[in-house]
Design a binder for this molecule. Sequence first.
Ligand SMILES: Nc1ncnc2c1ncn2[C@@H]1O[C@H](COP(=O)(O)OP(=O)(O)O)[C@@H](O)[C@H]1O
Ligand SMILES: O=C(O)C1=C[C@@H](OP(=O)(O)O)[C@@H](O)[C@H](O)C1
Length: 303
Amino acid sequence: MKGVASAPGAGTVLNALATHTGAAFGIDVDTTATVDLDASVESVTGEIAAAPDGDTRLIERCVELVTERFGNGEGGTVHTDSEVPMAAGLKSSSAAANATVLAALDALGVSVVDPTGEGELDGEAAVGASDEITYLDACRLGVEAARDVGVTITGAFDDAAASMVGGVVVTDNDTDELLARETREWDVLVWTPPERAYSADADVDRCGNITEMAELVEELALDGRYGKAMTVNGLAYSAALDFATDPAVEAMPHAEGVSLSGTGPSVVAVGDGESLAAVREQWAARDGSLLETTTRTEGARIQ
Ligand SMILES: Nc1ncnc2c1ncn2[C@@H]1O[C@H](COP(=O)(O)OP(=O)(O)O)[C@@H](O)[C@H]1O
Ligand SMILES: O=C(O)C1=C[C@@H](OP(=O)(O)O)[C@@H](O)[C@H](O)C1
């Protein structure tokens, strides 16, 4: 019983560490998961391409949760292949979890419905059938797995939802509820410095000091002013988490929005391609790597 699915990474509009309300948008870089289930095996063994020593507990737990709920606790293997750099703030964990959950559901022949989450926003009841699940409920299984293995602070439903349903989302990470979803067609420029920052290691206490700024960012985001929201978020969280603000200041005259993504270290600018070319010229002088991509309106998909 084999299943294959892919899910995109995401960039931050509002980091949820201060208030547990977050906002993020899908970007056009993918993680693909392949799940092979075997009823004669009890445990799940994970493997991450290009990171043989990487931590596979998240993807293993995702498969376990799916086979416990929708199968008979089958074991097997899960393999991920990713374009999303790990622990760089671009939501590699959400992309890996979503792709894995969908691949495991695919392997079990469960149908997955409501790919944009609009049904839930319109107040339609979640599906009750035992062989059907919504994309957002599948996403919640991945968030449960992330909480179980400790790779997240709030559960990061904001990042997981952006990856699962695409577009720009605002979420409550305490109730795992989708508060808003819109689409934006932006070019996206990402600068990723050489270092890595695991979310689980972030200084959450310092983030508490910027609660009022996070509330302001939430107001802007719920008003659809995502670019401005992002820029304010970036200034506040860069200060709280001790990242330099120079890359954002360089981008501000050109970009529609620019922010530290998640708990860093990547910085993400959005806008039109021509304006971002000016940002690219400035950021090219920095150590690390540059990625040019776009926003993703379509989220995760079974292949
Ligand atoms: N391609 C992948 N396959 C399996 N697990 C992954 C993959 N990418 C990330 N992870 C998991 O997510 C963790 C990193 O999560 P986190 O620090 O939140 O980074 P990010 O901001 O990129 O999501 C890794 O330690 C690993 O457990
Ligand atoms: O673990 C968490 O609860 C979160 C981690 C952060 O993202 P990264 O994983 O990209 O650092 C942040 O953006 C998100 O709102 C909440």
